[in-house]
Design a protein around this ligand. Structure first.
Ligand code: 5GP
Ligand code: ZN
Length: 131
């Protein structure tokens, strides 16, 4: 993809602080981190959302997170947890699939905010989902 910033990072046309890469994926630092060590994990192939991703990629990504990334964040930054998140379509700023790896620390104040006023009754939503 010509004008995709993450494809440019993969090709080396834009700089990035790379933490890990192999033939399938790349892990680099988020330019606008929510916490110290906030990373992005992306496929080297230009894929857009979770609907484009295959199970082999997820399985490989999981192995890299478990064996390399989490231990690194724990050892070097002494994080107390790791929040893994991923936006599709709405809320997705960069249209190249990416997984946020956000190390968590006491009182980091990271939160997923939402509008409670707009929520339907749980029962009503359940009925929509199962009928
Ligand atoms: P999204 O909102 O799409 O889930 O997250 C996109 C993320 O990409 C944002 O957290 C943003 O800080 C990060 N980002 C956007 N442009 C760049 C860039 O050029 N380099 C890096 N390293 N991160 C970027
Ligand atoms: Zn791309």
């Amino acid at each position: 993809m010509e004008d995709c910033i993450f494809c440019k990072i993969i090709k080396g046309e834009l700089p990035s602080y790379t933490i890990y890469e192999d033939e399938i994926l790349k892990v680099f630092m988020n330019i606008d981190p929510s916490t110290n060590g906030h990373l992005l994990l992306i496929p080297k192939k230009h894929l857009v959302t979770v609907l484009d991703i295959d199970q082999n990629f997820i399985s490989h990504a999981l192995e890299i997170i478990q064996k390399k990334i989490y231990p690194l964040l724990k050892e070097k930054l002494n994080c107390e947890g790791l929040t893994i998140s991923q936006n599709n379509f709405y809320g997705q700023e960069v249209k190249h699939f990416h997984i946020h790896l956000t190390p968590r620390y006491q009182e980091d104040l990271v939160e997923f905010s939402y509008n409670k006023e707009k929520l339907l009754d749980i029962e009503e939503v359940y009925q929509k989902l199962v009928n």
